[in-house]
Design a protein around this ligand. Sequence first.
Ligand code: ATP
Ligand code: MN
Length: 478
Amino acid sequence: MGPLQIKNILQTSPENQSVTVKGWVRTKRESKNAIFIALNDGSTIHNIQAVAEPGQFSAELLSTVTTGSCLKITGQLVESQGSGQAVEVKIDDILVYGTADPESFPLQPKKHSLEFLREIAHLRPRTNTFSAILRIRHALAFAVHQYFNDGGFFYLHTPVITASDAEGAGEMFRVTTLDLNKLPRTEEGAINFKEDFFGREANLTVSGQLEGELGAMALSKIYTFGPTFRAENSNTTRHLAEFWMIEPEMAFFELEDNMNLAEDFVKKVITYALIHCKDDLNFLQNRLAEEDKNKPQNERSIPLLEKLSFVVDNPFERLTYTEAIEILLKSKPHKEKKFQYPVGWGIDLSSEHERYLVEKHFKKPVILTNYPKEIKSFYMKLDEDGKTVRAMDVLFPGIGEIIGGSQREEDYDKLLGRVKEVGIDPENLWWYLETRKFGTAPHSGFGLGFERLVLFVTGMSNIRDVIPFPRYPKSAEF
Ligand code: ATP
Ligand code: MN
């Protein structure tokens, strides 16, 4: 398994045993009596301190040991003399794997802005903040698989390239091998996609749901967890052009079961992070508190760990869209015309409305159900009144929508009617419609944007800072 990780070495009891540590220098400090090197290998937020005596190494060697350089240090693991760490390495030997010229290495031991770090995304995992986020992201991904595996779900790999544009018309990325400078034309002059790689138009997927439903109609409970692409030019702090989506789909689940699963699922994965990412969450909590120091008392946020525990420990508020509209119509910002977008039955709630409900009115996560069919997708099951559908959105503080889901329409005729109503050619969805012809079953599912979950758990405020290499309008550098 390679060399011991710093995380493990820090937990070893010091008995003057010889150790080898490999990692990147965070800081080097020279005093009269000793030289201190703080080394980090990304296995933990904590550095290991390595100590040399003055004169033990040449000035030439020491001059290459600078912030960002990569070292192999051999020495003895001893009890630390200083405070702040239990153990340290008494250095016998230093090998410099790679130097980092202080004149040009952009990361210095000081605070850099998140915006600046986005411009050096190739190096930002070397910062405390980003390594903490990446470790938490990993833990959450692991917890997702564990949760579903324990629950009897099967991981279904749905395609990244799709020919059905049913869901995301307008916000899809095209996939083609045609020569853009020499497009083949039909006799009518249109682009002839018959000559394209797949013999038809193809795009990157905006959701694995439709294929997920096919899986659920055989395996009963499946989930997908894969990259999803949306060419939305929205430039918000909650949207990426490439993000990871988790989509469970379950046969024999009605809306109520779907809500119960969604609530239990997010609570369990957050709990996993609370148990396994204590050091990183503490670090991020302190970072937020530090930022908050400059803000007036009433604008300061609740400590991160408290916020996460609160979500885990309290039931989410459940109400219908119609009830939510009534609350919004009676609200102060509505009466004082403070909302940017007007409120009324039938509107697609905007994030300011969602956040009012969650942050001001209920002060906890909210699940809204039974939305007007006009603002939801064609595949959602119609309610008896024919006006609303069995949709459910889970809304979170600071984020707004984190999950969107529904009970699906399992009746062939009703589904076909809706497909035609919204102007989709049923020919394009023949395979999807056939599931309703051959052994149809009540079923439900939802989609959780993985980065929105990571955003919530880390307390970060921009989604671009919780994925290693963010894709957004005009940005695909790394
Ligand atoms: P929103 O209204 O916030 O754009 P949506 O209604 O388009 O979301 P869905 O199509 O229901 O979202 O997708 C399911 C989930 O995927 C959302 O609840 C959200 O968590 C996530 N999501 C959607 N679009 C994006 C995006 N561009 N970047 C990151 N996550 C996204
Ligand atoms: Mn969207």
